[in-house]
Design a protein around this ligand. Structure first.
Ligand SMILES: Nc1ncnc2c1ncn2[C@@H]1O[C@H](COP(=O)(O)OP(=O)(O)O)[C@@H](O)[C@H]1O
Ligand SMILES: [Mg+2]
Length: 336
């Protein structure tokens, strides 16, 4: 079985002149090498494709793959993560991880919260600020938390994201609107412990591979799992196994979320406790980072006794099962 690999390589974009933060979600070459090594170990052949424009070229040359392992985050538009799977759907080429609908919806943290809240899962109340005039309409009580609507990897998040008064709220919302050119989601601040839960599988086959607590060291940016804390996680963060009650609360919340958003093959759910110790949903990552030592999903798996190879096998088994269920059976040859 030949697996195409689609991804956005950070170095490639840095060379093109894009900035450090702009490319913060993109992958390092050693991530791609690790994925390849694991897939070879599982008996698959691999073929590097790279970013969406390479994919377009390869498709137009007539290249095809049995399945594509897609971790491309994309660069432009709220559909940026959905672009590669949408293109692959058009050519009836199956892929690993969720499809365009899930990837587009979950990039928008507010829409995702609507789905999650509708499924009866606790998540902090929020208000969407689309323009500076909206700031005055916020009626939520302080402390609040503000972040860009559709970013990842802690972009736009630091200790100043925790807001205690109107002045801070106004300043931060204006700053985020101007910098990230997208709406700002303002939420009630969750002051409790933070966790992330790993999921593999699809639908009723989904299971939680583990939960880990994210503990900030004294030298970390306070209160938040921010961009800087994530980039320098080795020095600033302790990733820890946690007590059985927290594991149960987080794994059951994460599975409910995964089913509600209809995530496929694998991903991660971020969770924080409120001041009463109740688990609340923060966000879901259906394209979770997959660097063996630097990314949360492999780290939490390892803490729970699951090697990188085993994790990749579970993800691939789920994806291959989708293909076998004929989800992608070709109905026409017109694309060939
Ligand atoms: N409502 C909130 N209350 C408290 N902390 C929050 C809240 N929203 C986000 N955070 C903090 O910011 C971090 C990043 O937010 P998250 O929504 O997970 O975005 P990203 O996609 O950048 O990971 C979280 O891991 C958490 O530490
Ligand atoms: Mg997160």
């Amino acid at each position: 079985m030949v697996i195409g690999l689609t991804y956005d390589l950070r170095d490639e974009y840095l060379k093109m002149g894009y900035g450090e933060e702009e490319t913060g979600e993109f992958d390092r070459i050693d991530t791609i090498e690790s994925i390849e090594k694991a897939l070879h170990g599982l008996g698959y052949e691999t073929d590097r494709i790279g970013h969406i424009k390479n994919l377009v070229n390869r498709l137009s040359q007539g290249d095809r793959w049995d399945i594509v392992f897609n971790i491309a985050e994309g660069l432009y538009g709220f559909g940026r993560e959905a672009q590669v799977p949408a293109l692959l759907d058009a050519y009836q080429i199956p892929y690993v991880f969720s499809g365009p609908l899930v990837l587009a919806v979950t990039l928008d943290k507010a829409w995702t919260k609507e789905i999650v809240r509708n499924a009866g899962i606790p998540t902090p109340d929020y208000f969407l600020v689309e323009k500076p005039e909206d700031i005055d309409k916020i009626k939520l009580p302080f402390p609040l938390f503000a972040k860009p609507l559709a970013e990842g990897t802690g972009k736009g998040i630091n200790s100043d994201s925790v807001i205690k008064n109107k002045l801070q709220l106004d300043k931060l919302c204006r700053h985020l609107l101007g910098t990230y050119k997208q709406p700002v989601i303002v939420e009630r601040y969750l002051s409790g412990r933070e966790f992330t839960a790993g999921i593999v599988g699809t639908g009723n086959q989904a299971k939680c591979v583990g939960v880990m607590e994210i503990i900030l060291k004294a030298n970390a940016e306070e209160n938040v799992y921010s961009y800087v804390n994530k980039e320098e996680c080795e020095e600033r963060i302790i990733y820890s196994l946690t007590d059985p009650a927290a594991v149960e609360a987080c794994s059951s919340l994460a599975l409910k979320v995964w089913k509600a958003i209809r995530g496929e093959d694998g991903g991660r759910v971020d969770i924080r406790f409120d001041d009463k110790g109740e688990a609340n949903f923060l966000e879901v990552n259906p394209l979770a980072g997959i660097h063996p030592e630097h990314s949360d999903l492999p780290i939490l798996s390892k803490l729970n006794g699951i090697s990188y190879m085993e994790l990749m096998k579970m993800i691939m088994d789920s994806a291959v099962k989708k293909v076998r269920q004929n989800k992608y059976e070709k109905s026409t040859d017109s694309y060939k």
